[in-house]
Write a protein that binds this ligand. Structure first.
Ligand code: NAD
Length: 332
């Protein structure tokens, strides 16, 4: 039923039911690296909760999953606070919704901004802290304020430089992922060894990185793409696309499939291109990310408690649905 037809009591009850499910799924996904439902199931329930809370603002409590970056629970790893929070990201599921997001930005005085489009890598966020060019700390996102210390683990990943060509002090962030081929190999081996297999490359990456014994991480083929510098002034860059080029100069691996766009036609083309190509890539992607390219403007737009206001994820439809759409096209 549409949320505007619910009574407050019905809405409260449904919101509570969804919260219980979403919290439970979050725990399975973030802490145990073992989801029991597909992402789109989670996304649908989460979106329903968002719309209930929008319709009945009194139901939006601070402990709601819509108000918190998920999740940090029991962990054997040492906890580390983040100097600057590591946030989640808002998401949309259609280009209409994406363009509504752009309309809102543009209505709020941001005049036809340039956007940088990137692939949304299906892995887990990591933070890397360098002091005088030396890698001193690696951490997971955790609950956004506090993450897990994975310094020894990130040092095992080939694409992460332990020292930079310049003696700078900087924190960079990006995605740690497991390439599809490595994932298939790992699961085949685990099956042969009678061990439980990982549900998907994202969970395999998280399970491999969040290990007490860094030697286990070393044996897993993990890789990274760096895409964010919280204090961009440190690197002397003014746009997101410049930051990506600067990361490359510093020796980080950067995903080269990004594109600066100025109009909606190009945004649509980018989405179409990667919706079509996603299965041919060596790593998993679950959508595309649109970011305001101007870093000063990003700063001005700021964040909500949970997500930046200057970026949004467009999530691909689930594979099954994409197949059905194609089948229908074939029979017409
Ligand atoms: P998210 O994964 O949807 O988006 C935020 C994350 O995107 C960032 O933290 C970053 O790690 C990542 N990212 C990848 N490429 C990026 C790029 N180019 N630029 C910037 N960031 C990039 O948000 P979330 O809060 O981490 O997780 C929510 C999502 O996780 C849900 O939408 C759902 O799909 C999935 N989830 C699934 C379950 C389940 O049970 N299946 C449970 C919880 C969460």
């Amino acid at each position: 039923r549409p949320v505007n037809q619910l009574t407050i009591e019905e809405a409260r009850q449904e919101a509570e039911e969804i919260k219980t499910k979403v919290v439970q799924w979050g725990q399975e996904y973030y802490q145990n690296d073992e989801p029991s439902v597909e992402d789109y199931v989670y996304d649908q329930q989460y979106a329903r909760l968002v719309s209930i809370e929008q319709q009945f603002p009194s139901l939006q409590t601070p402990d709601s999953p819509t108000q918190q970056v998920g999740g940090l629970g029991e962990t054997e790893l040492t906890k580390v606070p983040h100097d600057l929070p590591m946030l989640s990201m808002g998401d949309v599921f259609s280009t209409d919704e994406l363009f509504e997001f752009n309309d809102r930005l543009e209505k709020n005085g941001v005049d036809q901004p340039e956007y940088n489009l990137e692939l949304k890598i299906d892995g887990l966020a990591i933070s890397l802290v360098y002091e005088n060019g030396k890698l001193v700390q690696g951490s997971t996102r955790g609950n956004g304020q506090i993450g897990e210390d994975i310094t020894k683990n990130v040092k095992m990943i080939k694409s992460i430089p332990t020292s930079l060509p310049e003696p700078i002090s900087v924190e960079v962030r990006g995605e740690c992922y497991m390439p599809k081929e490595a994932f298939a190999k790992l699961n085949a081996q685990r099956e042969a060894d009678g061990l439980p297999v990982f549900a998907n490359p994202r969970n395999a990456a998280a399970g491999s990185l969040r290990q007490l014994d860094p030697q286990i991480t070393a044996k897993r083929e993990l890789s990274t793409f760096i895409y964010y510098v919280p204090e961009y002034q440190t690197l002397g860059v003014t746009t997101q696309s410049d930051a990506l080029e600067r990361f490359k100069q510093l020796g980080f691996q950067v995903n080269s499939n990004y594109q600066v766009v100025k109009n909606r036609q190009d945004i649509q083309r980018y989405i179409d291109r990667y919706t079509g190509q996603r299965n041919n890539l060596e790593y998993g992607i679950d959508g595309i990310v649109e970011k305001v390219n101007d870093l000063a403007l990003q700063e001005e737009l700021g964040n909500t408690v949970k997500v930046p206001r200057w970026e949004i994820a467009y999530k691909f439809p689930p594979e099954e649905e994409a197949t059905i759409v194609r089948d229908i096209e074939w029979t017409v």
